[in-house]
Ligand binder design. Structure first.
Ligand code: 5GP
Length: 178
């Protein structure tokens, strides 16, 4: 595993995003919809960088499982519990890659008529984008490669690493070696 983004670099980007969101949501209350499980660490840190009234709900869609490439099929595992009609929604996602997950999530939530719907993603991977979608807020832009750490998993492992690493499953090490 090779470290790609340090804990300090990630924290700087999260703080910057908090400032941008604070500024844009002036006078508004935010309902953060966190996409489980990958965005949990990011959302927890981001929420604490936002100095506005804020509530949180959670949604879960299918993940890569033991794969490192998107299956292209998105299934809902858990829906939100809040009525979002007339509310200002910020979807918090770990990674936008092909863009399919974010597109389907947006369509799903827009049917419930929120006052506004924006997206904030920690990582924007541009190479495999197959739908014309961009995130309103983005922490880090990268080109390609599979990554783990800071909430991101490979087969449910490595989420607890505090930095982000490139990961090659053919050279998998014990977590203590990271
Ligand atoms: P998309 O639908 O945009 O292709 O994929 C988005 C989802 O795929 C992300 O929410 C994330 O769960 C997963 N994903 C994409 N790239 C990576 C990666 O490099 N590492 C991990 N752990 N998950 C990824």
């Amino acid at each position: 595993m090779k470290q790609l983004y340090t804990k300090q670099y990630i924290a700087q980007q999260v703080a910057r995003l908090g400032i941008e969101i604070d500024r844009d949501y002036h006078n508004k209350e935010i309902l953060m919809i966190v996409v489980l499980k990958g965005a949990m660490m990011f959302a927890a840190d981001l929420a604490r960088e936002i100095d506005r009234p804020l509530s949180m709900d959670f949604i879960q869609v299918s993940s890569y499982g033991g794969q490192t490439a998107s299956s292209g099929e998105i299934t809902f595992k858990k829906d939100i519990e809040t009525d979002i009609y007339g509310k200002d929604i910020l979807i918090v996602e770990d990674i936008i890659d092909t863009g399919l997950t974010l597109q389907i999530l947006k369509q799903h939530l827009l049917k419930r008529k929120p006052a506004s719907l924006k997206t904030c993603t920690l990582i924007d991977k541009q190479k495999h984008r197959c739908v014309p979608i961009e995130s309103d807020y983005c922490g880090i832009t990268m080109d390609d490669g599979f990554i783990v750490g800071y909430g991101l998993d490979y087969d449910e492992l490595y989420r607890n690493l505090d930095a982000i690493y490139t990961f090659d499953p053919t050279q998998q090490l014990a977590q203590g070696d990271a």
